[in-house]
Design a protein around this ligand. Sequence first.
Ligand SMILES: NC(=O)c1ccc[n+]([C@@H]2O[C@H](COP(=O)([O-])OP(=O)(O)OC[C@H]3O[C@@H](n4cnc5c(N)ncnc54)[C@H](OP(=O)(O)O)[C@@H]3O)[C@@H](O)[C@H]2O)c1
Length: 217
Amino acid sequence: MKIGIIGASGKSGIALTKEALKQGYQVIAITRNPVQMPNFNNDNRLTIKKADLTNKSSIKATVSNIDILISAYGPTIDNPQNLHQQVAKNLITIMHECQNIKRLLIVGGAGSLLNDKNQLLVETSIFPEAWKKQARQQVKALETYHNSDINWTYFSPSLYYDPELPTLAKFKIGNNHLIVNKEGRSELSYGGDAAIAIISEIKEQKFIKKRFTAGYI
Ligand SMILES: NC(=O)c1ccc[n+]([C@@H]2O[C@H](COP(=O)([O-])OP(=O)(O)OC[C@H]3O[C@@H](n4cnc5c(N)ncnc54)[C@H](OP(=O)(O)O)[C@@H]3O)[C@@H](O)[C@H]2O)c1
């Protein structure tokens, strides 16, 4: 089975590529800058292709023979436009036009999760102020996937989604509520555990047309 990963050279994208190869998949790593993509010791199951998500035809040219598409797209914090919405609409169009792609998985944000009082996390004081603008865009993008007819799955990480945390391969999976540990912290490593949760979902298919999350308890 072939998996296309958009944003493959980003922090989530590299971890997802590594885990997908580990779980035996072929990977098409889609990036705007192929030179910055690691080649994983010239693994012959990895193909690196160049495309930009803001240009639908460039993405379509890279996904003609894949089965599953993962978006690990992440704009910079100062992103002035509502690129999450534009990207969601572009990805939905790509799913409509490329019938070979059976499923889209999106690495999104924690802001759309609910706390134990059923409040949207992005509207609470524990959510970092600097990320609120972008997190609100991601809430709208999640609604766009919800209202679409494509086969989507949206992953929201924990609030502290940290590339430096060690991989524990032991975490809790949930639906729409933030997962916190006994000390009230919400944490997950990008490096390993988020990638394990997302790549495992391809086979497990527990969250078709749903959002899911993961975190340490
Ligand atoms: N706690 C939280 O809620 C939390 C914390 C961190 C991250 N996140 C979310 O996790 C997701 C991934 O984040 P990350 O930290 O892994 O991001 P990252 O390291 O910044 O990587 C994001 C990647 O997006 C790709 N990208 C940006 N603009 C693009 C475009 N126009 N076309 C194609 N690709 C483009 C880039 O890949 P190329 O350069 O390879 O093209 C970039 O490497 C994002 O949705 C982010 O919001 C959530």
